[in-house]
Design a protein around this ligand. Sequence first.
Ligand code: PLP
Length: 219
Amino acid sequence: MKIAENLLEIKSNLPEQVTLVAVSKTKPVSDLMEAYNAGQRIFGENKIQEMVEKHEEMPKDIEWHMIGHVQRNKVKYMAEFVSLIHGVESFKLLKEINKQAQKHDRIIDCLLQIKIAEEDSKFGMSAKNASALLKSDDIAELKHIKIVGVMGMATFTDDRNQVKNEFELLNSTFTALKTINSELNILSMGMSGDYQLAIDCGSTMIRVGSSIFGVRNYN
Ligand SMILES: *Cc1c(COP(=O)(O)O)cnc(C)c1O
């Protein structure tokens, strides 16, 4: 593997305003350490248990991002250290994150996941529900979470035009939501196959796994 090389190659072509999350799910700590030693400090995982184990083993100046679907009963395991949760899609989940963050006297940053893809398998809330959530009084009472932006995943397709349309939709949703909450400043969109397009469409945070660490083996 040429992890350090891949990482530096990607980073050298990123605009200044774009943050790279190195998606390390399924990969061993030795692979993550190679990226760490090449300067990477932000890692993304999609399973809480795996992120907890890697957090325990690795240097403490790493920012851990939870990019996967979050089960409410597992929030407690990551509340002490997680730095950004990308996949928030309900008020119920926000309440639980708030509760667990309070126990550690922290404020946890969260992104609202917006459904932009056609496929039913992609999670997320509608723009309308996100807007209602940001306006609600209930959310103002959650002092231990901070919503700092939105996240989305495009349809898995070769049709670049469709992907572009979905990214543009997320960007316009982001712009609209910012008028409700001016603290929103992160637009998380773009993965290995589509991050260039996502950046062209306004992404400020890309989540790249296989282009850095190689293909994943789920066995
Ligand atoms: C796995 C994953 C990625 C990274 O995918 P690659 O195609 O390997 O870059 C990005 N975002 C989410 C939510 C993921 O689950």
